[in-house]
Unconditional design. Structure first.
Length: 494
């Protein structure tokens, strides 16, 4: 690979005799630092971004179908059986113990293996020209069902929320791996000069997986997600302190930038680049961020379509902001909405959460489509796992008519950005317990997302601690049935 001249110069410092003897004169500490920085970390990544401009837009190796991503993450795990995966057999056997040959020794945190089967109380019907079967709890999604692809055969390795969310967002249950958004930013760079390339919006509660869900892991921190606040200024301290003019601030930043660049030339630490970029981005965001969140120029029709109210934080407001972020060149927008952990009263819980999210999710698809953005924007909706076909009831915890965690099968949907429209793939057994057709693991989903963005998931790598890491680790296959056009010479999991 031909590396940029400044990168070759940066790495050369670590392999010349002159550098070695000069640095040895200041002691073993500098030698240890150089070892930790490592020349391999600078040259092993397939993208080899310039250390001076790590967020510059880059063209992916393959022809991309999507240029940007909005990920609507429904934390807590929505019940697929009450939203997407209708099971007449659950109605037939409602209240009876689940057959042991179905459970196959599976243990649960809050229910017994022989818990009674629990049929959904929601009515299901076929919607759109595609005839996709949806719950009555999703009336707005039903109106755009021909623009989405539903995957009923998702499966994961994680059973509890924190590891499940971390696996879904980073490809590993272990903390410390880069998030999906960080990998995308690392591979594609940022098209916006005035906003971060990876923005995080949260509309409900905390996150079981914490900041790891949008972190950069072992990638330079310039690629991590930037959380925006729910109200007020998107980020703190956008306004200058009293007595500080814009000219004074610019002169200060120029001096600090010059000092940081001199330090970068000496030690080559990519975190210095992160610091430089952060200062410059913060300066530009003093004007771009207030303009972003000012939705006064949005039409009344648009606000009504989303169900967004100016000045009122909500999932609907975040969906509208996500579209505005994309229009301003942001590469990856992550919306977190953690409110789906329905161990009790699942019917009421579903009604509550769909009332908050269904209209805005469908409006986002409509809005992107009418603005010509859906074609090259990938929209993803889903949680970390599914919910059991058996009922959860525990008087000690005050729980009744709920559903426990279920990693064996759950549902997600995708739209735009090279996704085939109006299809449903995958099936579960008659009780909705196991996947029986077109199984799609989390790694397969990640491989497909990267493919749509123009990457072979096996080649988008970053060297860390002596090995090349990737989002899918050593697994993952393309879900070809999801793709609008079948790629040549590609393996598939469905």
């Amino acid at each position: 690979m031909n590396y940029p001249q400044e990168l070759r110069h940066a790495t050369a410092r670590y392999i010349t005799r002159r550098w070695f003897f000069r640095q040895c004169g200041v002691g073993l500490g500098s030698m240890a630092l150089a070892s930790l920085l490592g020349v391999d970390k600078l040259v092993a990544g397939t993208q080899a971004p310039s250390p001076l401009t790590p967020l510059a837009p880059k063209r992916p190796p393959l022809e991309p179908k999507a240029k940007r991503v909005i990920y609507l993450f429904m934390g807590g795990a929505p019940s697929q059986l009450d939203l997407f995966d209708y099971k007449p057999s659950l109605v037939r056997y409602n209240g009876q113990p689940v057959p042991q040959e179905v459970v196959m020794g599976q243990k649960y945190a809050f229910i017994k293996p022989d818990a009674a089967l629990f049929a959904s109380e929601f009515k299901f019907s076929k919607q759109g020209e595609s005839g996709a079967e949806l719950s009555e709890a999703l009336p707005h999604l039903a109106k755009v069902v021909d623009d989405i692809a539903i995957v009923k055969s998702m499966t994961t390795d994680a059973f509890n929320h924190a590891p499940g969310q971390v696996l879904m967002q980073t490809g590993s249950t272990q903390f410390g791996r880069p998030s999906l958004g960080a990998w995308v930013l690392y591979g594609l760079g940022n098209e916006s000069q005035n906003l971060p390339g990876f923005v995080v919006l949260n509309s409900a509660g905390g996150l079981s997986g914490g900041p790891a869900l949008f972190g950069s892991g072992f990638l330079p921190t310039v690629y991590q997600g930037v959380p925006f606040r729910k109200s007020g200024d998107p980020v703190l301290f956008l306004s200058n302190p009293a007595g500080i003019t814009e000219k004074m601030q610019r002169r200060t930043l120029d001096l600090v930038k010059e000092l940081n660049q001199q330090h970068l030339k000496v030690v080559g630490d990519p975190e210095i680049t992160t610091r430089i970029n952060s200062f410059e981005m913060a300066f530009r965001m003093q004007s771009s961020a207030p303009e972003l969140v000012d939705i006064s120029k949005e039409s009344a029709q648009t606000l009504q379509m989303y169900g967004a109210e100016p000045g009122k934080p909500s999932f609907a407001m975040n969906c509208l902001l996500a579209r505005r972020l994309l229009e301003r060149g942001v590469r990856f927008v992550q919306l977190f909405h953690e409110g789906w952990d329905h161990h009790s009263e699942v019917v009421n819980g579903i009604k509550d959460q769909t009332a908050k999210t269904d209209q805005a999710s469908a409006a986002l698809i409509k809005d992107l489509k009418q603005r010509g953005l859906l074609e090259d924007t990938l929209v993803i909706w889903g949680g970390e796992f599914g919910r059991t076909p058996m009922v959860e009831a525990n008087a000690d915890f005050g729980r009744k008519w709920g559903r426990d965690h279920h990693p064996q099968a759950f549902t997600m949907w995708l739209s735009g950005g090279g996704i085939k429209r109006g299809i449903t793939i995958g099936q579960t057994d008659e009780l909705g317990f196991h996947v029986v057709e077109d199984k799609v693991h989390v790694h397969d989903l990640h491989a497909t997302i990267l493919h749509l963005l123009g990457f072979d998931h096996t080649k988008l790598t970053y060297r860390f601690q002596g090995r090349d890491f990737r989002l899918t680790d050593v697994e993952g296959e393309l879900v070809v049935k999801l793709l609008a056009q079948r790629p040549a010479n590609s393996s598939a999991s469905a």
